[in-house]
Design a binder for this molecule. Structure first.
Ligand SMILES: Cc1cc2nc3c(=O)[nH]c(=O)nc-3n(C[C@H](O)[C@H](O)[C@H](O)COP(=O)(O)OP(=O)(O)OC[C@H]3O[C@@H](n4cnc5c(N)ncnc54)[C@H](O)[C@@H]3O)c2cc1C
Length: 458
């Protein structure tokens, strides 16, 4: 018997396994794919390491977790300065926003309106009921209309009035225009724009954690999708691929719906129904191979405007000083969509063409790409809609009483969290285990309350 089984070798699953092993448990991880890292993995395109979209390790990372990552990666973890741009009102503005840049480049009517709305914030009603009204209250109608509103519609696929304030609270850290200005002043100093990034791509974080876990004795089984999780009187039987083990407790970081399909006995019907009502937005990740050493000097371009399908374009090379090929660069376009949208099944070359047209619309030059590789992530952004608040509560209450099966991680809890958040979840999950490998429900419930306070860093 393995004390602990873990489903999914994304960051959450790996951290759970590593920490549970450090506490002396026997641990086995099962991962469906042939690599670790999940959405935070890296892989090669045209001989260059790339990620699933723009990824950064944020300074907000818990110090203990940051020092673990630093100790594993050493000098490979580079301290970088953000160097992105956002397309607003047909102008390029540095992103994160910088005061001087805003004054210099934003149309006077825009900056004037933002200034006025900053002064009148105390007059705005504090009673808000949806994403749109909450952002209008905090940041003013102009910033909502020009940036957060269309960007939310693009990412989540619904009118921002259909989205709950829980989503705005979890996704938008700025509390008001004054805070935006404070952030902009901070971002005007290079040290205020710092992030961390590994020499060999973001996936190096998960790979080094997985190596550390395996070195300490964790068994890692790749190519092993979960097919059956049978909960018995004193243990849980886990079948993944052609392996089967018994464990005292199972941690699952795979999508909650996928976990539910493997559970025997199945969850109560009301839980299955509630889970099926939750929508998640998919994402097409298109890597364009460009036969020149650099496309632009910027690490990322953000496109909130709805006339452009691409949400963000990043250039992997610009995130690091690495061993990248000199004669080519690989661009990554992120396109949010539903999995039944027509675009989801478009051939790679058509998606490449669509991205080219987007870039042209944004005033960027043709990339002259020679090859496109497309990845399709079916569940990236949980969509918190008014129509499913009740269903979310039903699921959350069920997840608070985990028994022998604990669901965590971004897809396990249906949250929009960053890597550093899910690493913290893994660590807290393991520390909620008692010496015999059983979960302490009160400790886990306290952790869930803490996770609910996570705010995503962009
Ligand atoms: C476009 C994009 C940009 C992002 N940018 C940032 C950023 O800048 N900074 C940041 O901190 N975070 C960022 N994130 C978030 C970060 O990628 C996630 O927080 C993190 O990957 C979540 O880890 P996880 O382990 O919870 O889940 P996942 O990474 O989803 O891992 C789940 C794992 O479970 C496996 N699995 C699925 N089904 C099964 C099954 N049936 N059996 C076994 N295994 C299975 C999957 O293959 C996967 O490996 C970004 C995410 C996206 C999509």
């Amino acid at each position: 018997m393995s004390d602990i089984a873990v489903l999914g070798a994304g960051p959450a699953g790996i951290m759970t396994a590593l920490k549970a092993r450090e506490q002396g448990h026997e641990v086995t991880i099962f991962e469906a794919s042939d690599r670790v890292g999940g959405m935070a993995a890296s892989f090669e395109v045209a001989g260059q390491r790339v990620d699933f979209g723009s990824h950064r390790l944020h300074p907000a990372t818990d110090p203990e977790i940051m020092s673990l990552i630093k100790s594993l990666l050493g000098e490979d973890l580079q301290t970088r300065e953000r160097h992105g741009r956002i397309r607003l009102k047909n102008k390029w503005i540095g992103f994160p926003l910088r005061t001087l840049d805003m004054v210099r480049h934003l149309p006077i009517r825009f900056s004037g309106a933002v200034a006025l709305e900053t002064l009148t914030k105390p007059l705005r009603s504090s009673k808000t009921s949806d994403f749109q009204s909450e952002i209008q209250r905090r940041l003013g109608p102009t910033v909502e209309r020009e940036f957060y509103g269309p960007y939310a519609r693009k990412l989540y696929g619904v009118d921002p009035r259909e989205l709950t304030t829980e989503l705005s609270n979890r996704r938008v850290s700025a509390g008001g225009p004054v805070q935006i200005i404070k952030n902009a002043v901070r971002a005007s100093r290079p040290e205020g724009r710092v992030f961390y990034y590994p020499r060999r791509g973001y996936g190096q974080i998960a790979e080094s954690l997985a190596d550390a876990a395996v070195d300490r004795g964790v068994k890692l089984k790749l190519g092993a999708p979960a097919t059956l999780v049978a909960v018995k009187e004193g243990h849980v039987e886990v079948t993944c691929g052609d392996s089967s083990i018994e464990a005292k407790t199972l941690f699952s970081s795979i999508p909650l719906n996928a976990l539910m399909q493997t559970l025997d006995p199945p969850p109560p019907a009301e839980i299955v129904t509630a889970a099926s009502q939750q929508r998640t937005r998919g994402m097409i990740i298109a890597h364009l191979v460009v036969p020149r050493s650099q496309y632009t000097e910027f690490d990322a371009h953000y496109f909130p405007g709805l006339e452009i399908t691409t949400a963000r374009l990043s250039e992997a090379k610009n995130y690091r000083d690495g061993d990248d090929p000199d004669d080519l660069t690989v661009l990554c376009a992120e396109l949010a969509c539903w999995v039944d949208d027509e675009i989801w099944n478009l051939p790679s070359e058509d998606i490449g063409q669509l991205v080219e047209e987007d870039l042209q619309r944004a005033g960027l030059p043709s990339t002259g790409h020679v090859h496109v590789e497309v990845q399709r992530l079916p569940s990236v952004y949980p969509v918190y809609e008014h129509s499913t608040i009740g269903a979310r509560e039903t699921i959350d209450n069920w997840l608070r009483k985990p028994g022998r099966v604990v669901s965590l991680g971004r897809q396990g809890l249906g949250v929009p969290d960053n890597l550093h958040h899910v690493l913290a979840m893994g660590s807290r999950g393991a520390s909620a285990l008692d010496a015999s490998g059983l979960i302490n429900q009160t400790a886990w419930q306290n952790s869930l309350d803490e996770f609910a306070q996570h705010v995503v860093q962009d």
